[in-house]
Write a protein that binds this ligand. Structure first.
Ligand SMILES: Cc1cc2nc3c(=O)[nH]c(=O)nc-3n(C[C@H](O)[C@H](O)[C@H](O)COP(=O)(O)O)c2cc1C
Length: 322
């Protein structure tokens, strides 16, 4: 399996808790690392680069404290998500902070990853880049990334539209590094299935909205429990870029459901014009992936990871008896 040993060795499961805007911060990321999976957060979840650096220091202290308490346990790396795009004026300052603090894994979305790769490889870090198709995977491979996150159909956030079975194989055709599969993975069995189809690691976002360490408000978490896969609407209506949102949340914001499925540009009226400010958009309408139907509770990360591990082991045992 093409996973860097520095990453594979300490993991209790082949899993990364995905970065989520307005949802993941250091408390969630630290809980993940302590439970043996990669934790992450987007740099932009802090309003300023100064605030972002405080989070990096918090991660370093939290992980060092854990290491001192469990000296024999291997330290699990964490990841930071950088939006490398001209619309994010902070990305170079935030990258400089990642270099200063030697953040173990940088997750990039959009934009040219090559500048990030050079800076991060300079201190021995890893770069993972998320894509939704083979064309972008090829670009990321050319930029020298260590891992490609295959964001398949059904994912939360800016989901892909390609079936995961196809996407993983298409990416493998052009990339021989680490492939991380994303999109509606919710249970331990799903992790094993992803590995069986050729992914090296898995990426779960929506499942981690409903942890006690997430920054999601209670009403958001209740909506995740109530929603089923058919409630997830993949629509550009909210911010102009297609993303997955819960129907209940779109309805509460006043979006007419019949118009959301209409092809082409739709006028929702002045009040519901796509918001160019993504932050504002995601605060008012809540994103989640089709995995919502598998989520029935809010639990601490440690409980969730233990549950996923049991399911993963049970699935392995079941396959052994076939
Ligand atoms: C509420 C929410 C916010 C997200 N914010 C980001 C983000 O800021 N940056 C990013 O790269 N991906 C973001 N994503 C996508 C996730 O990182 C990940 O690709 C996705 O959640 C995986 O699919 P799943 O939710 O079905 O597990 C977000 C997803 C959700 C549900």
């Amino acid at each position: 399996m093409p996973v860097s040993p520095s990453l594979q060795r300490p993991l209790s499961l082949p899993l990364i808790a995905a970065p989520m805007f307005l949802i993941s911060g250091p408390e969630l990321a630290l809980a993940c690392c302590k439970a043996g999976i990669v934790g992450s957060f987007p740099a932009l979840n802090q309003r300023t680069s100064e605030g972002f650096e405080e989070w990096l220091v918090q991660m370093e202290h939290g992980l060092a404290e854990h290491q001192a308490r469990y000296p024999d346990a291997p330290s699990v790396p964490y990841a930071v998500n950088l939006i490398v795009h001209k619309t994010n004026p902070r990305w170079q300052a935030d990258l400089a902070l990642c270099v200063k603090h030697q953040v173990p894994i940088i997750i990039t979305s959009l934009g040219a990853a090559s500048q990030v790769v050079e800076a991060v490889h300079g201190y021995g870090g890893l770069v993972f880049h998320d894509v939704t198709n083979q064309k972008h995977a090829r670009k990321a491979a050319d930029a020298g990334v260590d891992g490609i996150i295959a964001v398949a159909a059904g994912a939360g956030g800016h989901a892909g539209t390609i079936n995961p079975f196809v996407l993983v194989h298409e990416i493998r055709e052009v990339f021989d590094g680490t492939i991380i599969l994303a999109g509606a993975l919710s249970n331990g069995e799903d992790l094993l299935a992803a590995q069986a189809m050729g992914a090296d690691l898995c990426y779960m976002g929506t499942r981690f909205i409903n942890t006690t360490e997430s920054l999601a408000e209670k009403a958001y978490q209740h909506m995740v429990i109530a929603a089923v896969s058919g409630d997830i609407m993949y629509t550009p209506a909210v911010s102009g870029i297609p993303a997955s949102f819960m129907r209940q949340s779109l309805e509460a914001a006043g979006y007419p459901m019949d118009k959301l499925n209409q092809p082409g540009a739709v006028d929702y009226g002045e009040k519901l014009k796509p918001v160019t400010d993504e932050a504002k958009a995601w605060k008012t309408v809540w994103s989640a992936g089709q995995g919502v139907s598998q989520i029935t509770d809010v639990v601490p990360v440690a409980t969730l990871v233990e549950r996923l591990s049991q399911q993963y082991r049970a699935a392995k045992d079941r396959l052994d008896t076939l």
